[in-house]
Design a protein around this ligand. Structure first.
Ligand SMILES: Cc1ncc(COP(=O)(O)O)c(C=O)c1O
Length: 400
């Protein structure tokens, strides 16, 4: 009898965490590694947010809280959804988790039955298919194309929907492609969904505030209110406020779904860290100017990285609307051999050779369901980005 469960056997460790660990070990061994692999802002958490957490500790807020979050944070989340997204949720329609990741996990594990299908446009965030598989569902990826800006085409979505489809997982701006949908593009997606009342939508809006060149964010339930009763709007403070380590994510959705998610979380991790909740409430209710200032910095970095990558022979890099990733195509580097004698047949070979020979950590597109690409996170200081892109150019130039 196998010790490891069937459910666990269906999933694999996150490749993003894997490559980041290798990079960390190389760094610890004294190698000059530039890690462009982690999806984590290099900025610090703003001071007023840290202060709110310290004040919570001083007030003695150090005990278990309600599983779905403290009332102050839930009220701040309702205000956020109304202010920024035009969405009215009651406190009973929102819940808080240990990061956006737990929110997604709760929603999928609380609703998926064996055989249920979940549509996931590719390239996708690595965890979506694994959580679906863990829950016993079947991930149904839909390939997108660079020439469509890596955005799902309504006809392809229509074709992928079957009687077994339970969810569409939608992510704009996207990790890993940076693609973001305009209101018109989103409307075309929602027009398909309106015709299929059994399909629920999980929209992962984690990168809402990372949009450039005046691109306006919009979300499913706002663009198509008829879908609100079957949409879970997921968001969090990790990326927007540089709070990845505080582990706070949240969502708004129909009451029955929220209740199921809270039951799930109650038997897993129960209430969320009190300190993190106080910090998240301060982030959502506090001044937002730092978010805008950082947006301007990310935009400059995106432009720099896209420009430098497009000067590397064999690489073609699309300029995305948002997030802090680019997803360059490396097809022109395949079939070649690196200076260190490594044959580059796949994007995994490329990422590994680049890490070992030029000490630049990226993640292979295969991890995101689309090859031959690599994902580069530009949430790193400009000098390191410039140096890393120069190394990538040298690496590509040296391929024979
Ligand atoms: C698309 C997407 N959704 C959700 C998450 C999870 O964020 P959190 O750190 O809040 O769990 C991430 C983090 O990388 C992400 O990229």
């Amino acid at each position: 009898m196998a010790f490891i469960s069937d459910a666990l056997s269906r999933i694999k460790p996150s490749p993003t965490i894997g490559i980041s660990n290798v990079a960390r070990e190389m760094k610890a061994a004294g190698k000059d590694v530039i890690a462009l692999s982690a999806g984590e802002p290099d900025f610090d958490t703003p001071q007023h947010i840290k202060d709110a957490a310290i004040a919570a500790i001083q007030r003695g807020e150090t005990k278990y809280t309600a599983v779905d979050g403290i009332p102050e944070l839930k009220a701040a989340i309702c205000r956020k959804f109304e202010r920024e997204n035009g969405l009215k949720y009651k406190p009973s329609q929102v819940t808080v988790g240990t990061g956006g990741k737990q929110v997604l996990f709760n929603a999928l594990v609380a609703t998926i039955n064996p055989g249920d299908e979940v549509i996931i446009p590719a390239p996708y965030w690595v965890s979506y298919p694994d959580i679906v598989s863990f829950a016993g569902g079947t991930p149904v990826p839909i390939a997108t194309k660079a020439e469509h800006g890596f955005k799902v085409q309504p006809a392809d979505l229509e074709k992928a929907i079957t009687k077994k489809t339970k969810w569409l997982i939608f992510n704009s701006p996207s990790n890993p492609s940076g693609a973001a949908y305009s209101r018109d593009e989103l409307k075309k997606v929602t027009d398909v969904l309106v015709k299929h009342p059994h399909v629920w939508v999980l929209t992962d809006d984690m990168y809402e505030h990372m949009l450039y060149d005046g691109f306006e964010f919009c979300t499913i339930a706002e663009v198509e209110p008829r879908l609100k009763e079957r949409t879970l709007t997921v968001n969090g403070v990790s990326k927007t406020y540089a709070m990845t380590g505080w582990r706070i994510g949240f969502c708004g959705g129909p009451k029955a779904l929220i209740k199921g998610m809270v039951t799930m979380q109650g038997q897993a991790t129960a209430g969320i860290s009190t300190v993190g909740q106080a910090a998240a409430a301060a982030a959502l209710d506090g001044p937002q100017d730092l978010v805008r200032e950082r947006q301007a910095i990310y935009k400059e970095r995106r432009d720099l990285v896209v420009d430098m990558l497009n000067q590397a022979p064999g690489i073609a890099c699309h300029k995305p609307e948002g997030a802090f990733y680019v997803f360059p195509n490396i097809a022109g580097c395949l079939g070649r051999t690196s200076r260190g004698g490594r044959r580059i047949e796949t994007d995994t070979d490329f990422a590994l050779a680049l890490l070992e020979e030029k000490h630049v950590a990226t993640v292979q597109g295969a991890a995101y369901g689309m090859s031959p690409y690599i994902r580069i996170s530009y949430a790193t200081d400009t000098a390191s980005l410039r140096a890393a892109c120069a190394r990538i150019q040298e690496f590509c130039q040296s391929l024979r």
